[in-house]
Design a protein around this ligand. Structure first.
Ligand code: NAD
Length: 394
């Protein structure tokens, strides 16, 4: 086989595709900004200080061990006409088959000042930034006694905002005690434009999430749309201005803008349309997975979740090989195993195969899903290594 396969992006879909090709001994290049793959679904834990950021990542070389070559670089463009990927450092990488798994970026919806004046939870660096920023705010409070340093606003009550809030509520009282600040002075607000948080879940589970977060000390403010942000000031519809030392935006995601720039047919969130084989509808030499893909099941677009991305990875690998060898491709079918939201380390809510789970059982189920993913990605060897770290952290 002499065809050149290039995978761009080592998120869940890219890593699962790379692992499958590597197991088969098929040569490929995997281009990624960092030499590690991080667990996007656990970034809130890193931000909230449950563990060190590095504990939420695996070196890519632990998975790409045989036939794959890791290229550490930034992808800056895709030229479909010349079948090349442009990179920042190493120029153009030619491909015969391209797997695009470039993931997502924050969606700011054009809210003035949001990009400039908010923190986001997009990768390990931003998780670390959130943690460091909050710690520095606590120290500033000790210096000047300004209560605004103790106010944290999280904008967007989807899964990211809720899970992050759960972590912050667990982490911060201890930090306050250590610094001699009364935890009662903390003011953590989750601000959501819609009347409810977590629209993915049933009413009873949503109510459970509201109850747990409130009991832990959060203020949930729904039907409150953020319309503008300035340094330390968040403006909501109706005119209220909330001043805070920390403003975090968890209001939504869109696909990596390189897809639109490359001229793919995209949905309103910038995801590129694929057929049932996860092959671009615009280019038969391109396969797209994870949050970058606009894939449909029974005529409905799939949500951009790690669960779907993880399932897509092996199908991407299989179908590229099938095309190379002239064999039939395999259609992608999404198996929705449910949604789990952690509410700190000890609580959670979610539905698994249509059954509601809550409390410690949901938190445990979330832990179990990490182990399952590691098993799928790197087998027992990787699982044993990483689980030890994760269990130590939990
Ligand atoms: P989201 O789009 O699901 O939620 C964003 C929330 O922000 C929405 O509730 C929206 O109403 C609110 N919002 C938007 N604009 C606002 C404004 N101006 N003012 C106030 N609120 C506003 O985004 P997310 O939570 O980052 O999730 C993105 C994707 O990742 C989803 O598909 C989600 O299912 C997935 N995800 C899954 C998990 C998990 O399975 N545990 C965790 C995190 C993310």
């Amino acid at each position: 086989m002499t065809d050149r396969i290039v995978i761009i992006g080592a998120g869940y879909a890219g890593m699962m595709a790379a692992a499958a090709l590597d197991r088969e001994g098929v040569p490929f290049k995997l281009v990624n900004r960092h030499p590690y793959h991080y667990f996007t679904t656990l970034l809130h834990e890193a931000a909230g200080g449950r563990g060190a950021p590095a504990d939420y990542a695996v070196p890519i070389q632990e998975v790409v061990r045989r036939s794959g070559e890791l290229v550490i670089d930034e992808v800056t463009g895709i030229d479909r006409a010349s079948r090349t990927v442009r990179t920042a450092q190493q120029g153009e990488l030619p491909y015969d088959w391209l797997i695009i798994t470039l993931g997502w970026v924050p969606e700011y919806f054009g809210i003035p000042g949001m990009r400039e004046h908010s923190l986001v939870l997009t990768n390990l660096e931003t998780a670390r930034d959130i943690r460091a920023h909050i710690e520095s705010q606590l120290h500033q409070y000790l210096d000047d006694g300004d209560a605004r340093h103790l106010r944290i606003l999280v904008g967007g009550g989807g899964l990211t905002g809720v899970e992050l809030m759960g972590e912050l509520l667990d982490w911060l009282p201890g930090v306050c005690h250590t610094l001699g600040i009364s935890p009662a002075l903390l003011d953590l607000q989750l601000i959501e434009a819609m009347p409810q948080i977590l629209p993915q879940l049933s009413g009873a589970l949503r109510q459970e999430a509201v109850q747990v977060l409130s009991d832990k000390g959060a203020t949930l403010r729904t039907s409150m749309k953020i319309v503008k942000v300035e340094a330390g000031k968040l403006h909501v519809e109706g005119g209220e201005v909330i001043e805070a030392g920390t403003i975090i935006w968890t209001g939504g995601v869109r696909a990596n803008p390189l897809l639109e720039a490359a001229g793919f047919t995209c949905d309103r969130r910038g995801r590129a349309k694929v057929n049932e084989y996860l092959q671009s509808v615009d280019d038969e030499h391109v396969f797209i997975g994870g949050d970058a893909a606009w894939a449909e099941e029974n005529g409905r677009p799939l949500p951009p979740t790690a669960q779907a991305a993880t399932q897509m990875g092996p199908v991407l690998a299989h179908n590229v090989l099938a095309r190379m060898l002239g064999k039939p491709m395999q259609p992608f079918h999404y198996h929705n195993r449910g949604t789990l939201a952690s509410l700190g380390a000890d609580r959670g809510v979610g539905d698994m195969m249509g059954i509601g789970v809550r409390g410690a059982a949901a938190a445990l189920a979330k832990e179990a899903s990490k182990v399952k993913y590691l098993l799928e990605l790197g087998g027992l060897r990787l699982t044993a290594r990483k689980t030890k770290e994760i269990v130590t952290l939990a």
